[in-house]
Design a protein. Structure first.
Length: 179
């Protein structure tokens, strides 16, 4: 079992129940899923980039990503319906907890000039979105094989609809916020 998941079940859940003033342990918010995606607009000029993005996301998450295609034509972006424009993956269960633990303990310390995440990225439904400018901060990416740096985004979806509860949950899990 994942160490962060074990810690959540044994310590964090009880701590959150007390601090949020909840009577039932089952009403304590938890992380439901994490959606990770890479926008690949530059793949319109070079379709080979999609394969690179798929491989990078597979290495980072441990799950095979889905290639996203455009749904309609947009002439300003020279985009046609059916063009490959991104890759995404949705993590649940063990892989989700593995990704969260890896992110909080290994990736965040490797980000240059990091001063904490802003709480403004937390929406009213309790979902938190994080963007990473360079994918090479993940340990699975070999710096010698990088053809091109790219960013990625991920959204942590919580089981609560309350912004304050979600913020408390994310702090306890280890997401570093600005003071």
């Amino acid at each position: 079992m994942n160490a962060l998941k074990e810690q959540f079940d044994k310590e964090i859940r009880q701590k959150l129940q007390k601090s949020l003033g909840l009577k039932n342990i089952m009403s304590v918010p938890t992380v439901e899923k994490i959606s990770v995606n890479i926008g690949a607009g530059d793949a319109l000029q070079n379709p080979k980039f999609i394969d690179t993005y798929v491989q990078n996301l597979l290495n980072i998450t441990g799950q095979k990503p889905v290639v996203v295609k455009s749904k309609k034509d947009v002439s300003n972006f020279k985009l046609r319906k059916g063009n490959k424009i991104g890759v995404k993956v949705t993590l649940r269960g063990e892989k989700m907890w593995d990704f969260l633990e890896k992110f909080t303990k290994a990736v965040v310390p490797r980000i240059k000039d990091f001063r904490g995440y802003d709480t403004k990225a937390l929406d009213n439904q309790g979902n938190y979105s994080i963007g990473i400018r360079e994918h090479n901060v993940f340990l699975e990416i070999d710096p010698n094989k990088i053809e091109r740096l790219h960013g990625l985004q991920f959204t942590i979806t919580t089981s609560t609809g309350n912004k304050a509860y979600a913020l408390e949950l994310l702090k306890e899990i280890g997401i570093p916020f600005k003071k």
